[in-house]
Write a protein that binds this ligand. Sequence first.
Ligand SMILES: [Mg+2]
Length: 186
Amino acid sequence: MIEWIRSAFDGESTPVKNIALREANDEIERLREDVQQLAAALSRHDPELAEKILCETSPNRPPGAGELREHVNAVVQEAHRASTSAGWWDNTDIHGDRHVVPAKLCLIHSEISEAMEGDRKGLMDDHLPMRQMIEVELADAIIRIADLAGALGLDLGGAVDEKMAFNARRVDHKVENRARRGGKSY
Ligand SMILES: [Mg+2]
């Protein structure tokens, strides 16, 4: 909407354009508050949907946050495509063999452990020597996570997007509550 107003008022002077943008922002804020009130009223009947709406319309939600879903799911798709075409999923029945998921989760752990060793010793990566080992091993962990999510058909992007929106409004993550006795110190 803001982009539409910017282009609609393209030929106008900056003060006129700024007034239109301010009014549009005020209107969006009023709509957001209305939707939040409706979601709060809905929570008795459908708490799951209400929580989703509250997250989506939270004032802490950064603009464009919804694009995260698309970007993360693009990583999932590409990581799983590359891994499948390299044969890493040949003769593997992820739904029939209950040991496949635990094995893949252990491989994710192993990348995190390698990242820790790299950080502990201040090493550069041996395959990409221009990069820090911690950087490359964290990338390996992301690739493995995305591959597993692809194999399981998970909407990892949607979960990342919704969890970040949820975290942005959770009370126990607010700075003042973290500073209180019993609050999360890290
Ligand atoms: Mg590695």
